[in-house]
Each structure stands twice: as structure tokens, then as C-alpha cells.
Design a protein around this ligand. Structure first.
Ligand code: B12
Length: 211
């Protein structure tokens, strides 16, 4: 089996102790971090999602796979994030209230940081008021993630809270997450949507006129 497939399989199996040395080996053999990310890690999580949907995996297996992915992401981070870039804007990012999925959100945060944004990572289960207070602390962009159809409406609730606080005019709102679409972004009045972390960077740059 090719190394990249071994990495993918070890994430699916939730073997963090196998994934970490294999990612180290892949990096030292010169495999592109981007390839490890997409073909190894992200592809593994899609497979885990499929297995969950089909009843082969349950929440514990999904969680263990997510931990293995997080361990691998820690290793990849320095390779994906360029150090010492002058900040081009400040982004408050978080997963919306009621939602605990953080892998996609953290990946987007990492790529934005790599592109020169200053990041305020608010974590998961972030209430609308917390996004509002981040704006009061100087963020220009609010980036919201949702992985559950049941928590997507909290994006709309957050936009309403930002409007109520009188901050909507000076704020750009970017949303994403597996169930989120461009049409949904338009429907709730967000300024942008991106399907993945690299297009999130392009969108964020465009939103603040740094494209
Ligand atoms: C891992 C996982 C979990 C882990 C999360 C661990 C963690 N630390 O994150 C655990 C086990 C905790 C979990 C729990 C649950 N999960 Co879950 N989970 C997943 C799984 C398998 C992978 C998600 C993931 O990390 N993907 C990899 C990352 C890289 O992809 P991503 O998140 O989509 O992010 C990318 C893009 O969407 C985008 N993006 C993401 N955020 C943002 C933000 C912005 C601003 C932008 C621009 C872009 C962007 O860029 C990212 C990078 O490319 C998905 C399956 C799937 N196919 O998504 C199910 C899935 C999301 N889970 C699901 C469910 C049902 C649940 C539970 C309700 C299960 C239960 N019965 O308890 C709970 C809910 C807990 C809660 N309250 O949040 C369903 C959701 C169904 C739905 N339509 O609502 C899914 C789709 C599985 C399925 N096929 O049924 N889950």
C-alpha cells in the first residue's frame, strides 16, 4: 500500500499512534503537505462520514478517527502556515452554537493564518454574543462553521445579533461547513461562502479587498 493510503487507512481506523509517524515519514520523503492533507486526512474523514451514515461506524469510532486526524493536523500545521507574515486582517472564527465539530473550522483557521490573517479562534459551540464581542475586540471578518443541518440556523441568529449590535455595516461574514451552500449564504445575508479551506482564503482576501 502506498504511504498516503496507509495514512488514510490509519485515520479511518483511528490509530493516532500509527498516523503520526507515518505523516512524519511522508514529510521527510518530500510528499507535499497539501497532498497529505487532501488525499490522506480529508479523504479519510469523508470515508468515516460514509461509514457512519451506513451504520458501520458509531459516534465513538467517529471521535477516535477525528482525534487521529487532529494529531496529524498538528504535525502538518507548521508546513501549511507560513510564519511571520504581516497581518492583513483580523478574523473571528468559530463553530456555531450547538455544534461541536471543529476539524474543518480549525483547518480554515490554519489556512487563513498562513495567508496572513490574524486569527481569533473562538472554538466550538459559540453563542452569537461571543461573535459580537469578538467584533468589539477588532475583528473585521466573522467566519462561521456548521456541520449539522440543525445548527445552520444559528448562523442566521448570529447575523441577527451582529445587526442588533449595530456592527453589521463594518463586518464581513463568511460561512462554510459540509451542509452549507452558496444559496444558504445568500438566503441568510452572509457576505460569502466557501466550500473548502483554500477557497475560504481567497474569499476572505476578496472580502477585505486584499485579493
Ligand atoms: C468527525 C465527525 C464527528 C466528531 C467531531 C469531532 C471534532 N473534533 O470535530 C464527533 C464524533 C464529535 C461528531 C459528533 C456528531 N456528529 Co459528526 N461527523 C463527523 C464527520 C465524520 C467528519 C467531519 C470532519 O471533520 N470532516 C473533515 C473536515 C476537514 O471537513 P469539514 O468539516 O466539512 O470542513 C471543510 C469544509 O466544510 C469547509 N469549512 C468548514 N468550516 C468552514 C467555515 C468557513 C467559514 C468556511 C469558509 C469553510 C468551512 O472547509 C473545511 C476544510 O476543507 C462528519 C461526516 C462528514 N462527511 O462531514 C460527521 C457529520 C457531520 N456528523 C453528523 C452527526 C449526525 C453527528 C452527531 C449528531 C452524532 C450523534 N448522534 O451524536 C454528533 C453531533 C455533536 C454536536 N453537537 O456537534 C452528521 C451530520 C448530519 C447532518 N446533515 O446534520 C455527519 C454529516 C455524518 C453523517 N454522514 O451522518 N461528529
Amino acid at each position: 500500500m502506498a504511504l498516503i493510503d496507509e495514512i488514510r487507512q490509519a485515520v479511518i481506523d483511528g490509530q493516532a499512534k500509527v498516523v503520526v509517524p507515518k505523516v512524519e515519514q511522508a514529510l521527510s520523503e518530500g510528499l507535499a503537505p497539501d497532498k497529505i492533507l487532501h488525499e490522506g486526512l480529508i479523504s479519510a474523514m469523508s470515508e468515516v462520514g460514509r461509514m457512519f451514515e451506513e451504520g458501520e461506524y458509531f459516534v465513538p469510532e467517529m471521535l477516535i478517527a477525528a482525534r487521529a486526524m487532529a494529531a496529524a493536523l498538528d504535525l502538518l500545521k507548521p508546513h501549511l502556515v507560513e510564519q511571520g507574515v504581516e497581518p492583513i486582517g483580523k478574523v473571528a472564527i468559530g463553530t456555531v452554537k450547538g455544534d461541536l465539530h471543529d476539524i474543518g473550522k480549525s483547518l480554515v483557521a490554519m489556512m487563513l493564518e498562513g495567508a496572513g490573517f490574524e486569527i481569533m479562534d473562538l472554538g466550538v459551540d459559540v453563542a452569537p454574543e461571543k461573535f459580537v464581542s469578538a467584533l468589539n475586540d477588532g475583528a473585521q471578518i466573522v467566519a462561521m462553521s456548521a456541520l449539522l443541518t440543525t445548527t445552520m440556523p444559528n448562523m442566521k441568529a448570529t447575523i441577527a445579533a451582529i445587526e442588533q449590535a449595530g456592527l453589521r455595516d463594518r463586518t464581513k461574514i463568511l460561512i462554510g461547513g459540509a451542509p452549507v451552500t452558496e444559496a444558504y449564504a445568500n438566503e441568510i445575508g452572509a457576505d460569502g461562502y466557501a466550500p473548502d479551506a483554500s477557497s475560504a482564503v481567497r474569499k476572505a482576501r476578496a472580502l477585505i479587498g486584499a485579493a
